[in-house]
Design a protein around this ligand. Structure first.
Ligand code: ZN
Length: 568
């Protein structure tokens, strides 16, 4: 088969990071599926461009050619040769060509997981088609996504003669790539809002990283411990409490162990969180990273439940096959990753709260997997409920039974045209309970094709709109917001609302996820939060859009984290 006709090729990556080794002290590697792409030297494909420029040293290394030299010139660009199969630790650690392959493969695999789950190409927030990946960007144990520089930058740490590379850490590469993808999908998630929204950006990047790492079977095998000569392990190893305490904790310790330990400690702390809703009353949990751990913890507990359900059938005569047990874990992780990604389309475009995420996850999954044969939704809902995160009442409205006005609409245009969707919203505003008095703008219209686990194909169009209202503190109080008396009455405040409309393949609206602008209770909580943390802009206003050009904003968003020493 010609290479261009294949869908995936196998590339060697470091399974987690170089500190994770097998029984023989070899770094655990894996050959993972990466979508086939026409590869120019760099490697440079249609979505990613690896540039090995080190700003600290001022050194630019030549582009890496991953193509197969044995293939004829005219079709070499479609070829690829994995030259790192069986490479020793020394080579994996020191060969910049391997580092280039590692970031390219993991970033491509992460993007592929999103495109598979959502059934469409995803755009970068900065507008171009190709994002830079810079594997040795600077001398610092840090990595970040910077939209204004159109790339993800990976640092390294020098410890005596040793160098520790963030570009060799699977979870760091997946985490940063996820920030970039989510910024493209939901650019309003970085607007000043309730603490959940910023926390969610971090939590989601961690969730994708964790599930991506967990879907590498060879790694879970290592975590499950040694097997006997027949490849079997005792059943006690896969008991729920043991998997929670041992397997995930082992992974958590290894997460970021080689770098500063920051990532590892975040994951560890999320596992130590008792499943209750105390975090809601604890001011420490207003800090976005800390708050994000709650969602990470819920997802990890859901993963364990799903894995345990799959393992039940494997145990017999007191033992089970280690490889199969690992495979089941990888499958559960892959499935949960798809569920989490699909939820993003059903999440509101602005003012996201944790409740909205679980709501969106359950509703979107029900559309593609109506039967939930394995009880996955039940596992996820229970894990979130344990932390007091339950879907809000009637926030996602089923529009199937609603008499809506489709007069004058062009169904073809409705699939891609913001103005056409605006017409629909405008003429149905009353029925959709959208207040026409507030500024309203349809910001994105995207087609989506999702395939459920049993092959059910669901064609949809996802349209986002936002609403804003600029008021003074005094006017806000008159509207019904509870505003602290010490806020100067003439302070300008920007209030946000919005929603997401899901249309079926015939252009009929089927769901409406809404965060109403006139929800004064939520607006009061938001203003209170922004005020208590002093989040005024340079003009002394509260809650206004960051207003910086697209792509600039993420660097600003991450800046406070850099100060806290939690750069990724
Ligand atoms: Zn981050």
């Amino acid at each position: 088969m010609p290479e261009a006709a294949r869908r995936a090729r196998k590339m060697t990556i470091v399974a987690q990071d170089p500190s994770v080794t097998d029984d023989d002290d070899n770094i655990v590697v894996a050959q993972v599926d990466v979508p086939v792409d026409l590869l120019e030297p760099g490697p440079r494909g249609q979505r990613f461009h690896v540039v090995d420029y080190d700003a600290t040293q001022g050194v630019l290394l030549p582009p890496v050619d991953l193509r197969d030299p044995a293939v004829d010139d005219w079709q070499r660009s479609w070829s690829y040769l994995d030259r790192f199969v069986g490479a020793d630790n020394e080579r994996l650690m020191s060969d910049p060509e391997f580092h280039a392959q590692n970031v390219y493969a993991i970033a491509s695999r992460t993007l592929a997981a999103f495109e598979l789950a959502l059934g469409r190409r995803l755009a970068w927030a900065f507008g171009g088609h190709q994002m830079y990946l810079v594997p040795h960007a600077f001398s610092e144990a840090n990595a970040h996504y910077a939209g204004d520089d159109r790339g993800v930058f990976f640092g390294y740490l020098e410890l005596g003669d040793d160098r520790i590379y963030t570009c060799l850490s699977h979870d760091i590469v997946a985490h940063e790539t996820t920030h970039a993808i989510l910024d493209g999908l939901r650019p309003r998630f970085i607007e000043p809002s309730l603490p959940d929204q910023a926390a969610f950006h971090e939590a989601f990047a961690d969730i994708v990283a964790l599930l991506s790492v967990f879907s590498v079977g060879s790694l879970i095998e290592t975590v499950l411990g040694k097997s006997d000569a027949r490849g079997r392990i005792p059943a006690e190893r896969v008991e729920r409490t043991r998997l929670e305490r041992t397997a995930l904790f082992t992974l958590a310790e290894q997460f970021g162990e080689a770098t500063s330990g920051v990532r590892g400690s975040a994951l560890r702390r999320s596992l130590e969180l008792a499943p209750n809703d105390d975090w809601r009353r604890d001011l420490a949990f207003e800090e976005p990273h800390r708050r994000g751990e709650v969602v990470v913890a819920a997802v990890m507990r859901a993963l364990i439940s799903m894995w345990c359900k799959r393992l039940e059938a494997l145990v017999h005569r007191g033992g089970l096959d280690r490889e199969r047990a690992a495979e089941e874990g990888a499958k559960a992780a892959e499935h949960l990753l798809q569920m989490a990604i699909r939820a993003i389309d059903y999440a509101p475009a602005v003012e996201l709260e944790f409740e909205d995420f679980i709501d969106a996850l359950l509703v979107s999954d029900q559309v593609v997997a109506p039967d939930d044969v394995h009880g996955y939704r039940e596992s996820v809902a229970a894990a979130f409920a344990a932390f007091g995160i339950v879907p809000p009442q009637a926030q996602i409205v089923d529009l199937a039974e609603q008499p809506l006005i489709y007069d004058g609409l062009n169904f073809i245009a409705l699939r891609s045209d913001e103005d056409e969707v605006f017409r629909f919203v405008w003429q149905n505003a009353d029925r959709l309970e959208i207040d026409r008095r507030y500024y309203l703008r349809v910001e994105a219209v995207r087609p989506s094709v999702r395939v459920g686990p049993d092959g059910l194909v669901v064609n949809e169009v996802v349209a986002d709109y936002v609403q804003t209202l600029n008021v003074t503190a005094a006017e806000a109080t008159a509207l019904g917001l509870a505003i602290a008396p010490d806020l100067e009455p003439m302070t300008e405040i920007q209030l946000w609302g919005g929603g997401t409309l899901i249309f079926d393949q015939f252009g009929m609206a089927k769901f409406h996820q809404r965060k109403r602008l006139d929800d004064w209770e939520r607006q009061s909580r938001r203003v209170d939060y922004l005020l208590r943390h002093g989040y005024f802009d340079t003009r002394g206003r509260l809650g206004f859009s960051l207003g910086t050009p697209l792509g600039m904003r993420f660097a600003e968003f991450h800046e406070p984290n850099a100060r806290a020493g939690e750069d990724w």
